[in-house]
Design a protein around this ligand. Structure first.
Ligand code: BGC
Length: 468
């Protein structure tokens, strides 16, 4: 893996790797589908269980609470029992949670099921990218890990479609039941696949690690890569929570935690979860129009993420982040201005147009940058022996910030108005841009061990430049 011209790294794309990556990325569908499906289902659940607004909010956000719990447990699991078994356990918990939700006869049973689903998503949300990053060849790692994000956006879009399909019958149980399909695919697929070669080596399963690497690279000549991994393990003894305080991990943790929080505080999930409401604020009162506009947002999210998947190993992580976050700043500023000045222009229809266009550019900008690149970078920048735990901690911050933004959105709109809220997110996006500019490394084309070596030497993240 010391080859610098990229030829060896580029040639190493085998059917086995493609299948392993595609299966693990199905975790992204669970993530997207089950965070998205509630938006349509909640209307019917509220009426069946006669929920007042506070209980409706709890029913909506329970999956996020579960995801925080899942990320807490998942970090330890991923390092201890492995990436593969963690994903298998998450799929089983997901199926159990789905069964409970579908059969729920009252709110408390429903909540138990939703929290279980959340726990499973919390684990899968970072163990899937982690597994992919540890099995993918370096030259394709960015696109392959980002496939997980593509599947998240796909899951969200499918959930909008399913909500729409079942909206006339009001069958919310069927909406949730369909989530079992990708979970079963993930479960069966991961049972058949081996664990990541890096985790196997970190637990001294040498022969199995060699076998997986040979299959993954399509060659018997894997000893260079193997040596690099062994060296990285040897340098970084430990594997305890306290190792997260080591000075070599401080910088990666600052980068990871910063991106985790900024990915959410720039407002993405107010759009994902509340798009119909935002469209209604802007005067699109017909349900049909706001559903169509929401489907448009979901589609743009998928398409722009697909573009990122293609670009991420060519142009690199930093350019995508810098361009994407800049696009978010502009879109949010315009969206806020639309709401602030709509009274003085032609009112409803113009505001509707401004809202639709700026939400589309906002989501496209997120999808090309912060969406995929956050999950990718946190699977790349932590040292192997504590990678699961460090990613777990980072993922807790991401889900906690998601929860915070989601539960405060409507209250904030009441307090400072729509314009105020979108400008606030624009301000956070400006901070995010400078954060990226100053601190985020370029990891394109490098092996995970090269990245680890850089941080162990105590060097600044920005000095890491990636391969040209
Ligand atoms: C974020 C989610 C978000 C999704 C939207 C992910 O990267 O972590 O919170 O809902 O992107 O596409």
């Amino acid at each position: 893996m010391k080859v610098r011209d990229g030829t060896v790294k580029r040639s190493a794309l085998t059917p086995f790797v493609i299948i392993a990556v595609a299966v693990a990325a199905v975790g992204g569908i669970l993530f997207g589908y089950d965070t998205g499906v509630i938006s349509g289902a909640i209307l019917f659940i509220t009426s069946e269980f006669a929920l007042p607004p506070t209980l409706e909010e709890i029913a909506t956000s329970s999956v996020l609470v579960g995801a925080i719990l899942g990320a807490i447990a998942g970090g330890l699991l991923a390092d201890r029992i492995g990436r593969r078994l963690s994903i298998i356990a998450a799929s089983v918990v997901f199926l159990a949670g789905t069964g409970i939700v579908v059969g729920a006869t009252d709110l408390s049973i429903f909540l138990v099921g939703r929290v279980l689903i959340g726990i499973a998503i919390g684990v899968a949300s970072f163990v899937s990218p982690l597994y992919i990053s540890e099995i993918a060849p370096p030259a394709f790692r960015g696109g392959m890990v980002s496939l997980n994000q593509l599947f998240i956006t796909f899951g969200i879009l499918i959930s909008y479609g399913v909500d729409f399909l079942f909206s006339s019958s009001g069958d919310w149980r069927a909406m949730f039941a369909l989530g079992a399909v990708p979970a079963a695919v993930l479960l069966i697929g991961m049972v058949l696949l081996p664990d990541s070669p890096r985790w196997l080596l970190s637990r001294q399963h040498m022969n199995r690690a060699i076998a997986v690497l040979e299959k993954a690279r399509g060659t018997g000549d894997v000893f260079g890569e193997l040596d690099d991994i062994k060296k990285a393990i040897g340098m970084q003894k430990g594997g305890n929570w306290s190792d997260l305080l080591a000075s070599s991990i401080r910088m990666p943790l600052i980068v990871g935690l910063g991106l985790a929080v900024l990915q959410q505080l720039t407002g993405i999930n107010t759009v994902i979860y509340y798009a119909p409401t935002i469209f209604q604020f802007s005067g699109l009162h017909s349900a049909g129009a706001s559903i169509a506009a929401t489907a448009g947002v979901g589609t743009v999210n998928v398409i722009a993420t697909a573009v990122a998947v293609v670009l991420i190993d060519r142009v690199g992580r930093r350019p995508l982040l810098l361009v994407g976050v800049a696009g978010m700043v502009v879109s949010l500023a315009v969206l806020g201005a639309g709401f602030a000045f709509s009274g003085t222009v032609q009112g409803g229809s113009l505001l509707g147009l401004i809202t639709a266009v700026s939400l589309m550019t906002y989501i496209a900008s997120f999808a090309i940058g912060l969406g995929p690149v956050f999950w990718l970078l946190i699977s790349e920048i932590y040292p192997l022996t504590v990678r699961g735990r460090a990613m777990g901690v980072t993922t807790i911050a991401n889900w906690a910030a998601n929860f915070l933004i989601t539960v405060t959105f409507l209250t904030l709109v009441g307090a400072i108005g729509q314009a105020g809220v979108f400008w606030l997110y624009a301000l956070v996006s400006i901070i995010a841009w400078f954060f990226v500019f100053r601190l985020v490394p370029e990891t394109k084309g490098l092996t995970l061990e090269e990245i680890e070596e850089h941080f162990r030497a105590g060097r600044h993240p920005r000095e890491l430049k990636g391969l040209p």
